[in-house]
Design a binder for this molecule. Structure first.
Ligand code: ZN
Length: 522
């Protein structure tokens, strides 16, 4: 009897010791000595971060706590993995040769959003399945794409949907939302998004809002053509007003000489809307050149409608020649002339040449040369259409975050994040390091409701990046756009090392991240 009581007492003592941490299991990874930015706007702290499984468990671990692996981050910055709200990484993630998403990992990005610009994941079931089986190097979250939904229901018809067609699009959208989509993306500048009027977008945004989604848009116009820049911002605000959905403007910019200097008007419109209680945010990439296709840059929308063949037929139609030439000439003027358009498309014979150089080598005038190039591959181009003053005025807004819009042939796919650091933090001192980190991580997570990521906090997923800021820089430029960035020494995704000591660790630890209502319910 007495001995049993003593035994019970000993058991209590041993349980207490256990709970005190004496025999707490070792961390899987312990990051020691780093300067830690937690993803908020708080100043940095010297902390040791303990990771167990796929979660951050301690920010105040002892430097000598038992751990299976210790990463010495002395002299380096430790931050949440960056979340890129606008990429075109779908094809890379699906291709086993590029599914590591190395161009993003080496910038410190641990989660990419795909399906922007109205594109969607397309054939979602098969593609999600493929990513799950094959593995992906970074996390991925996706938008339902308006263009995709519209094309499924009504092909490339340039008209408003019937009530039945609209209902069909809403049903498809609801399915995407139930499958975890972040919200609805539109590309109202592109075919077939441009065929939709505002009411159609409002009706669909309402459906996305029911599921807690966000409206992400490549606006109808970012320049003086078509609807116009300020009017396009107005359209976004109208959609927010009508539906209550949080709206997010992708790659916000003032594109072309007719709208240079309008960043102030855009900011005033958005600030006023936010003051009225609308949830409006934007992302931005830090380059003066946009990336697009030759035809999208120069050929007016009516001439691009229906199909590529229809566009070629319009090129050949003598009745349209004068109008087409005049409008293309004006687009060229707005975009800064033939010297400001550089072919970047990987597979193009004109890669690395500007339109004026191409015209000279073909012995043709600029517009004929452009039509020739469009007919022969219509390559991607870099179009130097933005002013640094506008870029910087937009960048300092508290509702603006970094988004690469990474696309083939543009250095932003490999260099956006270190470029923001070099240009905006170091050179122009627009904001301090903590804001650089916040607008790359916590702000994105808050905007899109990723409750499990974006901050270094116990309980959140262990998406962590370690940077050597001395070296953190892009190597990609417009002549060599596919050079990996420098300065990221370690990347941890879901508790697994993806980059260690500056080298890819040959792992594919990425997960598919769902929208808030699904992700945060448990
Ligand atoms: Zn876009």
């Amino acid at each position: 009897m007495k001995s049993a009581r003593i035994l019970a007492g000993l058991m209590v003592i041993s349980l207490t010791l256990h709970a005190c941490g004496d025999s707490e299991p070792p961390f899987d990874i312990l990051i020691t000595g780093g300067t830690v930015y937690d993803g908020s706007l708080s100043p940095p702290q010297q902390l040791n971060i303990g990771i167990r499984g796929d979660r951050i468990v301690r920010l105040d671990a002892a430097a000598d706590a038992p751990a299976k692996q210790v990463i010495d981050a002395a002299g380096k910055v430790v931050s949440p993995g960056f979340i890129d709200p606008h990429t075109h990484a779908r094809a890379d993630l699906l291709d086993a040769a590029t599914s590591s998403n190395l161009n993003y990992l080496m910038q410190g990005v641990t989660t990419v959003f795909i399906g922007n610009d109205g594109d969607g994941l397309r054939e979602r079931r098969a593609r999600v399945q493929q990513m799950r089986t094959q593995g992906i190097g970074t996390n991925m979250a996706f938008f339902a794409g308006h263009g995709d939904l519209r094309e499924q229901v009504m092909g490339l018809e340039n008209r408003a949907p019937t009530a039945a067609e609209l209902a069909a699009m809403q049903r498809l959208l609801a399915e995407e939302m139930r499958a975890g989509a972040l919200g609805l993306s539109t590309g109202l500048f592109y075919t077939p998004g441009s065929f939709a009027d505002t009411d159609e977008v409002i009706a669909l945004s309402r459906t996305a809002a029911e599921f807690g989604g966000v409206y992400d848009t490549h606006m109808r116009s970012e320049s003086a053509f078509d609807l116009g820049l300020l009017e396009s911002v107005g359209e976004v605000l109208k959609i927010a007003e009508a539906t209550g959905i949080p709206v997010h403007i992708s790659h916000l910019k003032a594109l072309g000489r007719d709208v240079w200097g309008q960043s102030g008007d855009i900011i005033a419109l958005i600030d006023a809307a936010r003051a009225r209680g609308l949830n409006v945010t934007a992302n931005q990439y830090p380059y003066r050149a946009s990336g697009t296709r030759f035809s999208s840059a120069l050929v007016p929308q009516w001439a691009r409608a229906d199909s590529r063949e229809a566009m070629y037929a319009r090129f050949d139609n003598p009745d349209l020649a004068d109008r087409l030439r005049a409008e293309m000439q004006d687009n060229l003027r707005i975009r800064g002339g033939a010297g400001a358009m550089l072919v970047t498309g990987n597979d193009s014979e004109w890669r690395g040449q500007t339109l004026d150089e191409i015209a000279e080598s073909l012995g043709a005038d600029e517009l004929d040369a452009a039509v020739h190039v469009i007919r022969n591959g219509d390559p991607s181009i870099a179009s130097f259409v933005m002013e640094q003053q506008d870029i910087h005025a937009i960048a300092i807004q508290p509702w603006v975050m970094t988004g690469s819009d990474g696309s083939p042939g543009h250095p932003r796919k490999y260099g956006t994040y270190p470029q923001v650091y070099r240009d905006m933090v170091l050179e122009h001192k627009l904001f301090p390091i903590e804001r650089f980190v916040h607008r790359s991580s916590g702000l994105v997570a808050d905007t899109f409701g990723l409750c499990d990521r974006g901050y270094l906090q116990p309980g959140r997923k262990a998406d962590v990046v370690i940077l050597d800021l001395q070296d953190y820089a892009p190597r990609a430029d417009f002549q060599n756009p596919e050079e990996l960035a420098m300065g990221v020494t370690d990347v941890i995704i879901n508790g697994q090392l993806a980059v260690r000591a500056g080298a890819y660790a040959n792992t594919l630890p990425g997960e598919i991240v769902n929208h808030a209502a699904l992700e945060c319910s448990n």
